[in-house]
Ligand binder design. Structure first.
Ligand SMILES: *Cc1c(COP(=O)(O)O)cnc(C)c1O
Length: 381
């Protein structure tokens, strides 16, 4: 089955009891038992809920995995992965990481004895240099946020295999439309389903997909034992969002390409970070491992003044100034004061997240209108 069919039919079934084409919202916490322990597969909705289960199956199908798990947020999904480990275990992670992931790693789990090493994974030798006998997980985010660097997943997989450590990929930016890490050999795919999978900026949710049964069982245990599950209404909304993932992504990519070229040619723009450009440092890897280049990009205004960046985001009208990304509507953000404010300034600037950087999530509106919006906002600087 092709991806464009899977978004609508993959592991998705009509409701067995009524024939409802879309899974009903099973807004219930508990399920009747005819005798103690005798039930229809559901006991309590933290452990399992039919609407959430339908979504988890769909997640598994889209990522070409065998098991899907849905959580109350992307960070709750990452939190479940981290609970696989014990004090002293080491995790090697991408250095320009989603700010909330960095915060969870350093402010929460370091306290419990996990050791994190942040490396620039554009050169995968940096990873090999950090592997020790305590290394248990390599954490990859690609494209990275907000610098749009591309990490060679296959090269990292070689390192993970040689050293028998798990590899997890945060696939939030790319989505399974653009890349399928499990097919390349990753062990875990993670999503903030809040972003492209949900696609309508109306839900906060996380997802994990794995192939291996033993790993899935450990994660299901943690999902139930820690309890950071999502509700049936949110599950329904994301199932609905998934049905159009392929058409949305196609348009995000088309619009993204046009906006990136417009910015690149604009006299007031300094740098545009978008992997589709031939002179992007990781362009060849992006071409190889991604189907297209997506709708996310970052740029700086010439002169690199924070005030100019603020002026631009304040004057954009169709691009709403807001956290988050991946919805049908275009958003803009100022990473240094918004998504990446929790990363110390020196750390941030080392990876290029300067005070003048603006991030765009290009939506699926008419691209001419989006470009006009940028043109007008840039008149102010
Ligand atoms: C938003 C995001 C997360 C965190 O997900 P939440 O749903 O906000 O908890 C993790 N990784 C990336 C790349 C994100 O964009």
């Amino acid at each position: 089955m092709q991806f464009n069919t899977k978004t609508i039919h993959g592991n998705q079934h009509h409701d067995a009891s009524t024939g409802a084409v879309m899974p009903p919202i099973y807004q219930t916490s508990t399920y009747a038992q005819t005798s103690p322990g005798v039930h229809k597969g559901y006991e309590y909705s933290r452990t399992g809920n039919p609407t959430r289960h339908a979504l988890e199956e769909a997640f598994a199908s889209l990522e070409n995995g065998n098991y899907g798990l849905a959580f109350g947020s992307g960070l709750a999904a990452i939190d479940a992965i981290l609970k696989l480990f014990v004090p002293g275990d080491e995790i090697i992670a991408t250095n320009d990481l989603y700010g909330g992931t960095y915060r969870l790693f350093t402010k929460v789990y370091e306290k419990f004895g996990l050791v994190f090493k942040f490396v620039d994974m554009q050169n995968t030798e940096n990873i090999s240099a950090q592997v020790t006998s305590n290394t248990k997980l390599i954490w990859v985010e690609t494209p990275t946020n907000p610098m749009m660097n591309i990490i060679d997943i296959e090269a990292v997989i070689q390192i993970a295999r040689q050293n028998k450590v798990l590899l997890a990929v945060d696939n939030t930016f790319a989505t399974p439309y653009l890349q399928l890490p499990l097919d390349m050999g990753a062990d875990i795919v993670m999503h903030s389903a809040t972003k492209y999978l949900g696609g309508h900026s109306d839900v906060v949710m996380g997802a994990l997909v794995v192939k291996d049964k033993e790993l899935a069982d450990k994660l299901y245990f943690l999902q139930n034992a820690s309890g950071a599950v999502c509700g049936p209404m949110d599950s329904f909304l994301v199932l609905r969002g998934l049905k159009t993932l392929h058409v949305r992504m196609q348009r995000h990519c088309e619009n993204g390409a046009q906006v990136a070229v417009y910015l690149k040619n604009h006299p007031k723009i300094d740098k545009v970070y978008w992997p589709g450009f031939e002179n992007h440092p990781n362009h060849e890897i992006a071409r190889r491992q991604m189907k297209d280049f997506g709708g996310m990009m970052s740029f700086t205004v010439k002169g690199n003044h924070k005030a100019d960046a603020i002026t631009v985001v304040e004057n954009l009208k169709l691009f709403t100034l807001a956290e988050s990304l991946g919805g049908v509507e275009s958003l803009c953000g100022h990473p240094a004061t918004m998504t990446h404010a929790s990363i110390p300034k020196e750390e941030r600037e080392k990876t290029g997240v300067t005070d003048s950087l603006i991030r765009l999530s290009v939506g699926i509106e008419d691209v001419g209108d989006l470009i006009e919006d940028l043109r007008l906002a840039l008149l102010h600087v």
